[in-house]
Design a protein around this ligand. Structure first.
Ligand SMILES: [Zn+2]
Length: 286
């Protein structure tokens, strides 16, 4: 199992049907099914990349409708490649959803216990990390580029989860599509920062011209396991946002481009009227 491609009513997105049995829906959007044009074609969900905001809001509406949600149900943060994690509540509903300026400020990880609240974050190569604790019912979503990874936002998320009563060993974690080691080379300077923190980690391998391949998804898996998350509770994607241009925007491939969204919400609230993910109609693809 793991990540599967699903054709929704409007858009094409990736999801993990197994998480439905935990009572959670999660998704990672593709570029398909939206109304943006040019470099942003077509399902750009980022408001901060100079696309026409009216199209972005239409796209967000189309994507969230797949889960019976609207923009009013969700929260997004101003992602700054930091490690700050914040617990959010219904009082902050709509933050960052209609206007980038009112995003939760300077924050790369969100957690909530609210069963009606969806969390969103935006990506074009960085790693989305989804968290769920089945006992406390806390959901979380983090954005980890190389800075967030080396500074260990995964640990910050787990520390906040622990403060809220969860333990790492009971958490389910999903690692979504991001740039793969195949396409992600970093300078020796960046490699040195990782080596200083993690010794000679398996996710950093030599490439040509003194550069290094960095496997960001594997790095986050390694850090999660170091903090006590059980390997069997981690589902990681092997999709590369740079290679797979039919599905993904990639900042490394084109600097002026759109953003995919990661989305997570509890689904034990049928009053929203969304349908349960139909696994049989999912196109199997990992
Ligand atoms: Zn690749």
């Amino acid at each position: 199992m793991g990540w599967l491609l699903k054709q929704g009513k409007n858009t094409l997105y990736w999801t993990i049907p197994e998480w439905t049995s935990f009572g959670v829906r999660l998704a990672f959007s593709t570029i398909q099914g939206g109304q943006s044009t040019g470099s942003y074609s077509s399902l750009n969900l980022g408001l901060h990349v100079n696309d026409n905001p009216r199209n972005v809001l239409k796209n967000r509406k189309l994507f969230l409708a797949e889960f019976g949600c609207s923009l009013d149900d969700c929260i997004a943060a101003e992602q700054i490649h930091g490690t700050k994690v914040q617990i959010v509540t219904a009082e902050q509903k709509k933050s960052g959803m209609y206007d980038y300026a009112d995003s939760i400020p300077a924050c790369d990880g969100l957690l909530t216990t609210d069963p009606l609240l969806g969390l969103m974050a935006f990506f074009a190569d960085c790693v989305p990390l989804y968290f769920y604790c089945p006992r406390t019912k806390i959901i979380g979503l983090a954005h980890a580029g190389w800075r967030g990874t080396v500074n260990n936002i995964a640990k910050e998320m787990l520390d906040k989860l622990k403060l809220a009563g969860a333990s790492a060993a009971e958490c389910q974690v999903a690692i979504g599509p991001s740039i793969g080691a195949c396409c992600y080379q970093v300078s020796s300077d960046v490699a040195a920062i990782f080596r200083e923190k993690f010794g000679n980690p398996p996710f950093l391998t030599p490439a040509e011209q003194g550069k290094f391949h960095l496997d960001l998804k594997e790095a986050n898996r390694y850090l999660l396991i170091s903090e006590g998350v059980l390997p069997k509770n981690i589902i990681s994607s092997d999709l590369c946002t740079f290679c797979q241009a039919e599905y993904f925007y990639s900042f490394r491939r084109a600097q002026v481009t759109g953003r995919m969204a990661a989305f997570i919400i509890r689904q034990d609230c049928e009053q929203r009227g969304g349908s349960i993910i139909d696994v049989q109609n999912s196109q199997e693809k990992t």
